[in-house]
Design a protein around this ligand. Structure first.
Ligand code: FAD
Length: 417
């Protein structure tokens, strides 16, 4: 019988691992709760009307169509029976494995305030992105309809919580939507009057970047009309608005971009986890007490060179690549491989049209040139020619016409009662 590898999660780590096992002669089962692989770094552009959902997601079954060795299953994993060596699906079905790879990613964390999610959704899935897009666009529509000045102001106040790269990118593009793209389309409201707040509890925005780049980003955001508030803890989020310390700010659209909580894999595996729920793995990315169970990407707490490996796409891909090579070596009966070593390629963030920051460690870039490099890098990492072409056309169209093409209000409200 062929060696059975079960991979849970077709994100960056899971897909890279499956790619790395091409021709290895194993029997691979790839399980994901969604039917698509999602390019999360551009999710904020779906949430803010620049891109359509199908431009940044690909059906997993299609991606795997030429891989006879891979069986794709659309199912949610709810547990792992380590004794029986089986993965348990929500339907009760059990999938046996010889080697298990868990790469189920992470979601946003509300630091014990999960009830905030309904009024302050985070951005992780396509559903999250279309929910946020719907709320953003509806806020302008409702502001146009109301005669109540206070209500109009609350509708036109957009609060983004958390000033990491995602928060900065969201705030920048929402400000552009309000101040550059929408003004000519409304008759009763002046969308220039919209307030976009970027709220950060820490002392500065973009803590992963050098201070001079974060300062540049702050200035670029402020030039676009974003109010950057640092050192301000959020104490409540409701349908009425947001509470900063004891100061209420009426806002009908709050977006949560703070905190990360890993998938519950540590519970399935009965494994030790850190405070964010990430499973602590060895330097070969496996469980300390089970070398045939790997945990990768955002679900794993991995150290390399004495530092925690960051929860970003290149790190997840490198882990997938490493684990695939290790599994191949074992199958070939070769000597153990060297420990996982993470190579940091750099940090990138865009602030809006013509402005981005890039920190490659040895050198830094900011402004227009950085924005072009950011764009080319993201196009390069998309899957397939069609997506690259479609995203390039959408960006070019938006750049030349000043219009975003994915401004549809679809689906019903799913989070609020
Ligand atoms: C909005 C946003 C912006 C980002 N921007 C950047 C960026 O600019 N640059 C960068 O490098 N990184 C960025 N990241 C981080 C990057 O996307 C993650 O680090 C990366 O996706 C981690 O890959 P992964 O394979 O560990 O998990 P994921 O890519 O999240 O994949 C996990 C997969 O597991 C599946 N899954 C989860 N639970 C189950 C279950 N119970 N059963 C079955 N399947 C399950 C999910 O459906 C998903 O397909 C961003 C993330 C977000 C959310």
């Amino acid at each position: 019988m062929k060696h059975r590898v079960v991979v849970v999660g077709a994100g960056f780590a899971g897909l890279q691992l499956v790619q790395g096992l091409k021709g290895a002669g194993c029997d691979i089962t790839l399980i994901d709760q969604r039917n698509h692989h999602l390019f999360q770094p551009l999710l904020y552009q779906v949430a803010t009307t620049l891109l359509a959902t199908s431009e940044i997601a690909w059906p997993i079954r299609r991606v795997m169509r030429s891989r006879e060795d891979v069986t794709t299953l659309l199912a949610t994993v709810t547990g792992v029976d380590r004794v029986a060596r089986e993965v348990v699906l929500d339907s009760g079905t059990r999938i046996p494995f010889d080697t298990l790879v868990v790469a189920t990613g992470a979601r946003h964390a509300y630091f014990g305030n999960d009830h905030w999610e309904a009024d302050a959704p985070g951005l992780k899935t396509l559903e999250d992105a279309t929910t946020i897009r719907r709320r953003l666009l509806l806020a302008f529509e409702r502001a146009e309809l109301t005669d109540d000045e206070a209500e109009r102001e609350a509708q036109l106040t957009f609060a983004v919580v958390g000033a990491g790269a995602t928060g900065v990118e969201l705030a920048g593009i929402i400000a552009e939507l309000a101040h550059r793209i929408l003004p000519r389309e409304f008759r009763h409201i002046d969308t220039h009057r919209a307030r976009v707040l970027l709220i950060e509890a820490g002392p500065r925005i973009l803590p992963a970047f050098r201070e001079d780049l974060a300062d540049y980003a702050t200035r670029a955001l402020e030039r676009r009309g974003v109010e950057v508030l640092t050192g301000v803890p959020v104490t409540d989020c409701t349908a009425e608005g947001i509470m900063l310390g004891d100061k209420p700010i009426p806002s009908r659209t709050i977006i949560w971009a703070a905190g990360v909580q890993a998938s519950p894999a540590s519970q399935w595996l009965d494994a030790e986890a850190d405070r964010a729920g990430r499973v602590k793995v060895t330097d070969t990315l496996a469980l300390p007490d089970d070398p045939a169970i790997f945990v990768l990407g955002d679900t794993a707490n991995v150290e390399s060179g004495g530092r925690q490996v960051p929860g970003i796409a290149p790190a997840a891909k490198q882990q997938g690549k490493y684990a695939a090579r290790l599994i191949r070596s074992r199958l070939d009966g070769k000597a153990a491989r060297a420990p996982f070593h993470y190579r940091h390629m750099g940090d990138l963030a865009t602030i809006g049209q013509n402005a981005a920051i890039i920190d490659f460690g040895r050198f830094q870039m900011k402004g227009l040139l950085a924005w072009w490099v950011w764009g080319i890098a993201h196009i390069y990492f998309l899957i397939g020619g069609r997506s690259r072409l479609m995203v390039s056309i959408s960006w070019l169209w938006s750049y030349l016409s000043g219009q975003n093409s994915a401004r549809l209000i679809t689906q019903k409200e799913t989070l609020r009662r």
